[in-house]
Structure formats: C-alpha cells, structure tokens
Design a protein around this ligand. Structure first.
Ligand code: HEM
Length: 501
C-alpha cells in the first residue's frame, strides 16, 4: 500500500510538473509571438525560453549593456523568460522617455516582496504614490530651517563621525560602517527626533535590519531584480528564504516606527514639530486620504532609510577611495577649504565659495553612479519610443551609468577629473547628462538632502583628515560589486589627522 501511495504521489507530482511546464511554455510562446507581432526595440537574441537571462549576471551586466548599445542603439530590448525589458541608454533616451512621456514611464514594475503596504519607492504611479511623495517632500522640507535644521543635524553628526575616526589614530581601517552609521543617524534624527550613539543596542538592531535589506554584502536587490524579471523564481527555496528574511527585517523596521509614532502621541506639541512623525501627527491621521495611515507612515519612513542611507554612505565610500587614490585632487580640495574657511566649518549656503570641492563631489557621483541601472521603471500603458512599440507594463531600465559613463559624452570616463565640471573661469557647470539622481517625476526625492549631506560630510572629513591607502597596499578592484547599490570592494584607509587645517 505504502508503495502504491508513494507511486501515486510521484505520478501526481509528475502530472503537476507536466501541466506547469506546458503552461509555462505556452506563456513563453505567447509572449514570443506577441513580441513578433509588435515592433519591439531590437536586442540580442538570447537562448530559447530563458532569453538573455544568463547575460544579466551582475558582474558582467554593465559591460554587456554597453556592448549591446553599440549594436542596437540607444533603446534596445532584452528578454528574460516571459518578460520584456527595455533599456534606455544615454541621457537623451532617458530624457525622451521619463521627461517627455512622464504619464507613461513613471510606473514601477510590480514587486511582490513585501506583504504590507508598498510604501513609496516601489509604489505604482498614481494618486496614492503622489500623496506619499507630497507628504515625504513636505516633511523633509520642514527641516530645512530653524534650530534643528537638517544642516545642524548633519554638522552634529559630522563631529561625531570625525571623533570616531580620530580615535583610530590613523591606523589602516575599513571605515565604511562608521560612514553608514553617520548617514543612517541623519534619517533617525529627522524621523524620530534624535540621533543614536553608534554602540546603542537599538541602533545596532535597526542598522542590522537595514543592512539585510540594502547592505553592501547583500544581494537581496539583485534577487529582487530577478524576481521582477522572472516571477517563477520566487517559488524556489533559496529565493523564498531571501524574501522571508527581507519581509521579517522590513516588518521589524515598520513596527519600530509605528511604536515610535505611538510614543510621539504622548508628547506631541503642535507648536514644536520635532520630526517627520510629528509632521504626520500634525496632519491629523484620521482625516488622511489615499491610505495614509500609521502603517503607511512606517513604510514611507522605511523607504526614506532604504533610499537615503546606503546610497549616500556608498557615495562617501567611493569618494574617500577616489580621494585617497588621487592625492593631488585631495590637496586642492584641502587648500580650497583652508583658503576660504580656515578651520571654520563651511556652511551649505556658502558652498559657492568652494567650486573645486563641489566639482570633486560631482565627479565622485559621475565616476561611480551608485544606482547604475536606476530604480526600475514600468509603463502605465502602451506607447512608442523612437518608432518602436513599448507595451503596457514593460520593465524599463533607464541606465544612469550609460548617461554619465558614455565615452562620447565624458571622454576617458574612467579617469577621475573634477575639472570636467568647471568652466574656463573655474565656475561649476552642470551638464544635462549629469543624472545621479535620475530625472522626471520619480527623480530622487531626497536629492537636496543628499547633496547637503555629501557636501557637509566630505568637507568636514577633508578638513580634519588626510586619507591614503595603507603603505604598499594595492588599490582594490575598482569595478565594485552590484547589489542594491554599486558598492566599492571593502578597503582599508588611513585617516591621518591634520593638525593645522
Ligand atoms: C547620494 C545619494 C542618493 C542618490 C544617488 C539617490 C538616487 C536615487 C535614484 C537614482 C532614484 C530613482 C529615481 C527614478 O526612479 O527615476 C531615487 C529615488 C528615491 N530617492 Fe534617492 N538617492 C540618494 C539619496 C536619497 C536620500 C537622502 C533620500 C531621502 C532621505 C532619498 C529618497 C528617495 C526616494 C523616496 C526615492 C523614490 C522616489 C519615487 O519613487 O517617487 N534618496 N534616488
């Protein structure tokens, strides 16, 4: 009997498998035939069924994409199983889609990672997203002025960061976790009203949860990318584990924020708005439309952390690496700061006095765009671009890497040269291809905050230290690794205190 039971179990499983396989092949065939009827953008042929999936390995993706552009032009398509992916290569194609057809190209592909509210970054384009974006922008702007301004908070954090680095006494150290702590603390301070000490247990738990979602060693985002491309993969045990762990960490963060919102209610004073949670309370949560409840607040703040911490910290990590590898640039930045401000902290409002420093920060963002493939976009309905059909719900990659690393626009793109951003009179120029924060309706919501953080942290670090690689240490491989962001390979750096800045 047991044998029969086992046999029927196996046959049933085989039957199910066959049915699934048939369904799957029909779906692939359907998309393939539909693709043939439509005039889709050209692209590499790929293999039967899997399409170009095997060419989407992170280590080869950026170089493969550049090669495909040479062959197929600025708008080309890839196929991964039943999914068509359209790549926008170069700033013009990005502009022509995201800016000229904003109602169509501002969606996100559906992402079934989180069980709860979709939040802000991955919210589908529409009323609900618009309401959240408006709330988050207004909340961030509230901290542009006043005693507890964003600038004041960043300067306070810069002092804590410098003192943590000073305690290393110039010894070779990987300081990336300190940069990460400092940047996360800005969002903590703006969201919850206060910063954490770096060894605070609660802060460590929160930082761990964030690093699980977006940290440099984490491939979750790439796993996500594949999930979007290939929904079947989600069912595989390894992917399911990624997903479950991601959900657990996200839930922990949202619950922490909701708990904090409860505590805020007890001390809320409408004449003293302390942070983003207070802004939410001031708007009267009961009257909120478009699902703006406390859970939505939790997901919005989670998204500000996700979108705002690893991005800014990783830019600083690349920044210090390129600074250490280019001592002549470092000296010029330090001389400029000395000349203009001596040992005073350069204020954000007077950044115009430091054009070389500003150009250096721009060059850091250009030479290693930390969101090289942008956050994926989707199309709300069918359209055409450059004469090609783009169906509704297409997965769009507006490649920021291509905009800023295109040799036709930025000669010798791998060379670190801040002068690219200076005109003949030494003034900063902002070319239209400079798109680290993307463009169009979904462009980075935290751009102003990010720029302020980069300027204040970078000037403070270079005012107090000189950075170099340890004696005799080779430069780490400069390709970095592509996960949620393009992160540098971990490296040790010596931060030698400057005595007479
Ligand atoms: C150097 C730092 C940063 C870089 C390079 C960066 C870059 C980007 C990019 C490329 C996008 C996608 C835009 C698109 O879909 O077209 C994005 C979206 C976003 N960023 Fe940033 N970002 C940075 C810092 C921040 C900060 C500090 C915050 C807020 C605290 C933030 C909040 C957001 C949000 C909420 C979105 C989603 C916008 C939406 O979907 O409507 N980012 N960012």
């Amino acid at each position: 009997m047991a044998g029969v039971g086992l046999f029927s179990f196996v046959t049933m499983d085989l039957q199910t498998l066959l049915v699934l396989l048939l369904l799957f092949l029909s779906a692939v065939l359907l998309v393939y035939r539909r693709g043939r009827r439509l005039n889709l953008p050209p692209g590499p042929r790929g293999l039967p069924i899997v399409g170009n999936l095997l060419s989407l390995r992170p280590s080869k993706l950026l170089s493969n994409m550049a090669a495909w552009r040479q062959q197929y032009g600025d708008v080309y398509s890839l196929r991964a199983l039943n999914r068509v992916i359209v790549v926008l290569y170069g700033h013009k194609a990005i502009h022509d889609a995201l800016v000229k057809q904003p109602e169509i190209f501002s969606d996100r592909p559906p992402l079934r990672l989180m069980k709860r509210d979709p939040g802000l970054v991955m919210a589908p384009y529409g009323e609900r997203w618009a309401e959240r974006r408006r709330f988050a922008l207004a909340a961030l702007r509230q901290f542009g002025m006043g005693r507890r301004s964003a600038e004041g908070r960043i300067q306070e954090e810069g002092t804590a960061l410098c003192s943590a680095i000073r305690s290393l006494d110039g010894a070779p150290t990987d300081i990336s976790h300190l940069l990460g702590n400092a940047v996360s603390n800005i969002i903590c301070s703006m969201s919850f009203g206060n910063r954490f000490e770096y060894d605070d247990e609660e802060f460590k738990r929160l930082s761990y949860a964030f690093s699980c979602l977006v940290g440099p060693n984490n491939r979750t985002m790439f796993a996500l990318f594949r999930q979007i491309v290939m929904p079947y993969v989600r069912k595989l045990p390894m992917m399911a584990n990624y997903r479950e762990h991601g959900i657990k960490m996200s839930d922990y963060i949202i619950d922490f924020i909701m708990k904090s919102a409860e505590e805020h209610k007890a001390t809320y004073d409408k004449s003293d708005i302390r942070d983003i949670i207070d802004v939410f309370l001031s708007e009267g949560s009961s009257e909120k439309s478009n699902g703006m409840n406390e859970e939505a607040l939790g997901t919005i703040i989670r998204d500000l952390f996700i979108a705002g911490s690893e991005t800014t910290a990783t830019t600083l990590k690349w920044g210090l690496l390129y600074t250490a590898l280019n001592p002549e640039v470092q000296t010029k930045v330090q001389e400029e700061i000395n000349r203009e401000f001596g040992s005073e902290a350069p204020p954000w409002s007077e950044r115009g006095r430091l054009p070389y420093t500003e150009a250096t920060i721009m060059e850091i963002q250009r030479v290693r765009p930390i969101v090289p493939l942008n956050v994926p976009h989707g199309t709300t309905c069918a359209t055409t671009l450059y004469g090609y059909d783009i169906p509704a719900g297409t997965y769009i990659i507006p490649s920021l890497w291509s905009a800023m690393m295109d040799p036709e626009v930025t000669p010798e793109p791998e060379t670190f040269r801040p002068e690219r951003f200076l005109d003949d009179e030494g003034k900063v120029v902002k070319p239209e291809w400079f798109l680290p924060f993307s463009t169009g309706r979904r462009r980075c919501l935290g751009e102003q905050l990010a720029k302020m953080e980069l300027f204040l942290f970078y000037t403070s670090l270079l005012q107090h230290f000189t950075f170099s690689l340890p004696d005799g240490a080779p430069a780490p491989p400069m390709d970095g690794s592509l996960g949620f962001v393009l992160a540098p390979t971990p490296y040790d750096v010596c931060a030698v205190p400057r005595h007479n800045p």
